[in-house]
Design a protein around this ligand. Structure first.
Ligand code: THU
Length: 132
């Protein structure tokens, strides 16, 4: 279970880290925050590139940072954008590798938005359980 305090902290972390986004081409900075099993929050931002297709989304930046730090299980996700936008399909799939039907908080810069879940965003997903 994710407490109200954890939800608030996760959303705040996504909003704050969004300032570090490198998005000079789209002007659509994104901040992502992941709640890990021990309560740690791991963040990420989108990192764009002049070769546009090499852009990395905020959610996947956060996932690679979390995995590098040794984490393997995500308990909740917050994504901050200009308009409480939804994670792209690639990020939904990558999150699914390390999370079950966890809460996903989609917020704008003021913290307004909507709560959903990973499986609501990615129904009938293909996950690691299908390979075991
Ligand atoms: N972006 C993300 O960081 N996460 C998403 O899930 C959607 C898209 C980024 C990629 C690009 O830098 C910008 O938003 C516009 O597509």
């Amino acid at each position: 279970m994710v407490s109200q305090e954890q939800r608030t902290a996760l959303i705040q972390a996504a909003i704050e880290v969004r300032q570090q986004a490198y998005a000079p081409y789209s002007n659509y900075p994104v901040g992502a925050a992941l709640l890990m099993e021990d309560g740690t929050i791991v963040t990420g931002v989108n990192v764009e590139n002049s070769s546009y297709g090499l852009t990395i989304c905020a959610e996947r930046t956060a996932v690679t940072t979390a995995i590098t730090a040794g984490y393997r299980k995500i308990l909740a996700v917050a994504v901050a954008t200009d308009n409480a936008g939804s994670p792209c399909g690639a990020c939904r799939q990558v999150l699914t590798e390390f999370a079950r039907d966890v809460p996903v908080y989609l917020v704008d810069g003021a913290g307004n938005g909507r709560d959903t879940t990973l499986y609501a965003l990615l129904p009938d997903h293909f996950g690691p359980e299908h390979l075991h």
